[in-house]
Design a protein around this ligand. Structure first.
Ligand code: NAD
Length: 364
């Protein structure tokens, strides 16, 4: 059956790593039809928005998409294409496997963690009040009226952190189901419930409730986020699947990407009940735009996750095996995977994709 997949090349290094991924996915032999739509800074100039409606329509229609990174403008204006896509499509679960591949330089060996990050609420909900705005002053007055113990320094800016039972329950359930599907043993819920008793407290209480339904099949434990950071750096092998609210999930995903060799090799997926969107953890690295220099591995491994999501396990195993082989051999890899970043034998983005395709076809 021909699969129709939405392809969003993105901007910066996005189009280069997206093309490399497209070629590698096609080379697995699965039958795909790409529907290419554009989001990001390049289309912003033409259409006046970095996220044209046709992008959302295409993902809703095809239910599956793969995306290159998109630059987020700093300061005022459109907040983030990435956050908007996750919200509009209700992609509530962010899945970020962090697996060490031999050949990638890292301080650790054998790390194989799965991070499950809640994607829709928390301090990322975008409910913010600017310093000095009339609404901010009204909000401060309202809070003081409701809670006389509250204290503010003069003229604060305020971000709101909503955490709900509904969102906590579905993300923790997603983490347990991911653990079952991937033959994992343990889920660890990460929080700061000792300080944020209402919000993180609700997340933890809900996680404990959901965990009861998996007793005897998957172990459960919880960790306070600061302690978790230290433990991951000291003994990452003690952990398996981590489930976190949005902000801690964002920070710990990068920490764990660092444990396995960095952003160049960290794939990701945003998954909802209806649609799924696959993308690397890294951003658009604008300084490498158009130089055929960026490492395509993270996006290609996001393609592997997409193939598994589609039930194409054989194709996924072939592609992941080929990526692992090319990295292990260490010859036809981009500059960041060489022991010396200035190594003249480093290859470009498209040549690394060629090597992965050749490895899949048994030609190397
Ligand atoms: P970045 O991930 O683009 O770059 C961080 C560092 O990692 C840079 O030194 C870069 O050179 C290196 N790097 C990243 N990807 C690489 C690759 N594939 N190969 C080799 N080196 C790579 O992070 P940033 O600089 O903080 O962000 C740039 C822009 O991307 C920002 O606008 C940010 O908001 C956006 N961003 C988008 C996404 C997304 O689309 N999902 C995710 C993160 C950041």
């Amino acid at each position: 059956m021909k699969r129709r997949i939405t392809l969003i090349p993105g901007d910066g290094i996005g189009p280069e790593v997206a093309l490399a991924t497209q070629r590698c996915v096609e080379a697995t032999g699965i039958s795909v039809e790409w529907e290419t739509v554009h989001a990001g800074s390049d289309i912003m100039e033409k259409k006046g928005t970095p996220l044209p409606e046709e992008v959302l329509e295409s993902v809703r229609r095809n239910k599956i998409a793969i995306k290159g990174p998109v630059t987020t403008p700093v300061g005022t204006g459109f907040r983030s294409v990435n956050v908007a896509l996750r919200k509009e499509l209700d992609l509530y679960a962010c899945l970020r496997p962090c697996k060490g591949y031999p050949g990638v330089r890292s301080r650790y060996e054998g790390v194989d963690l799965i991070i499950v990050r809640e994607n829709t609420e928390d301090l990322y909900a975008g409910i913010e009040f600017e310093r000095g705005a009339k609404e901010t002053k009204e909000l401060v007055e309202k809070i003081l009226a409701l809670n006389p113990k509250a204290k503010f320094n003069p003229d604060p800016a305020i971000s709101i952190k909503p955490i709900s039972k509904k969102a906590s329950e579905r993300i923790v359930r997603f983490a347990f189901e991911t653990a079952l599907k991937n033959h994992r043993k343990k889920v660890t819920a990460v929080h700061k419930a000792n300080i944020m008793k209402c919000t993180d407290g609700l997340f933890l209480e809900t996680a404990r409730e959901v965990a009861r339904g998996y007793e005897g099949r998957i172990q459960f434990e919880d960790r306070i986020v600061d302690n978790m950071c230290m433990q991951l750096v000291q003994r990452p092998g003690d952990y398996d699947v981590l489930v976190l609210p949005n902000l801690y999930g964002d920070i710990l995903s990068d920490l764990c990407a660092g444990l396995v060799g960095g952003l160049g090799v960290a794939p990701g997926a945003n998954i909802g009940d209806d649609c799924a969107l696959f993308e690397a953890t890294h951003g658009s690295a604008p300084k490498y735009k158009g130089l055929n220099k960026a490492n395509p591995t993270a996006m290609i491994l996001s393609g592997v996750l997409m193939l598994r999501y589609l039930g194409e396990e054989k194709a996924a195993d072939r592609l992941e095996g080929a990526v692992a082989k090319v990295i292990r051999e260490g010859r036809q890899v981009t500059y960041d995977l060489k022991p010396d970043k200035n190594d003249p034998t480093a290859v470009g983005t498209s040549q690394m994709a060629d090597a992965i395709i050749a490895a899949m076809n048994g030609q190397s």
